[in-house]
Structures are given as structure tokens and as C-alpha cells.
Design a protein around this ligand. Structure first.
Ligand SMILES: [Zn+2]
Length: 132
């Protein structure tokens, strides 16, 4: 985490996360004191309250915890899902590369950075390999 000489964050954690995605990197904060990662990014560890956080790159692998198909007025549909990263944190995201209704709970997914078209989200997930 970037700090100024008063110890305040120079770049907000949301900005840092967004800038990393724009640079093609998916990062999450991990607590140096209790060792647990979290998401969404916060300035204090939600597990132990420590400010001693470091950005780490997760494996990108996860599992669909819940899934929803959103129908838009123009008949377009897209998927919104909660994905549990292998590292633990759960995040809200979009599963792409598959019909929105074909996304299943328990499906393995992998993070994809920067493939969304236009002004869409930079971080999405696609179906991954079944783990045997
Ligand atoms: Zn902690």
C-alpha cells in the first residue's frame, strides 16, 4: 500500500485495485498480520483490524457460489454471480464466455482481466477446468 509521510494512503484502495486491473493485473489485499486475504479492498483487515496489508495476486481460480441472470429492456441478458476465490474471499462479478443461464452453482471459474468490451467491467470470470 502506498503511504505518504503522514501514513495516509496516497492512492485509495479502490483506485489501486482499478489501476491494477487496467494494467492487466488482478490483485487483492492480504493481511500481513493474520495472513488472510479479503475483498473488496479495504484499508483495514476485516478479520483482525490491522492496517498492515499487502497486495497479492490470487490464483484467479474460484467457484460459483450463486448465480443470477439479469434481463435488460432490450432483451439482452447477462450473468451476475458471487464467486468464491480459492484464496477465500467472495466477490460479485460477471461470468462470461457462456450463456448467462448456463452458469451453475459449484462451477469452477477463472478470472479474466481486461477482456470486457467497451466500458464494461475489467474483471470477469469464465468457466474453468473441472478440478479432479
Ligand atoms: Zn488481519
Amino acid at each position: 500500500m502506498e503511504l505518504n509521510r503522514n501514513g495516509a494512503a496516497v492512492v485509495g484502495v479502490d483506485d489501486h485495485f482499478q489501476r491494477s486491473l487496467e494494467a492487466g493485473k488482478f490483485v487483492i489485499p492480504r493481511c500481513e498480520d493474520c495472513g488472510r486475504p479479503h475483498f473488496y479492498p479495504r484499508i483495514l483487515c476485516p478479520h483482525c483490524g490491522s492496517a498492515n496489508l499487502r497486495w497479492v495476486e490470487p490464483s484467479g481460480r474460484g467457484t460459483v457460489h450463486s448465480t443470477t441472470v439479469v434481463h435488460r429492456r432490450n432483451d439482452e441478458t447477462y450473468n451476475v454471480a458471487l464467486v468464491d476465490l480459492d484464496e477465500g474471499p467472495r466477490l460479485m462479478t460477471n461470468v462470461t464466455g457462456i450463456e448467462p443461464a448456463a452458469v451453475r452453482i459449484g462451477m469452477p471459474v477463472v478470472a479474466v482481466v481486461g477482456k470486457a468490451a467497451g466500458a464494461g467491467p475489467l474483471l470477469t470470470f469464465e468457466p474453468g477446468e473441472e478440478q479432479c
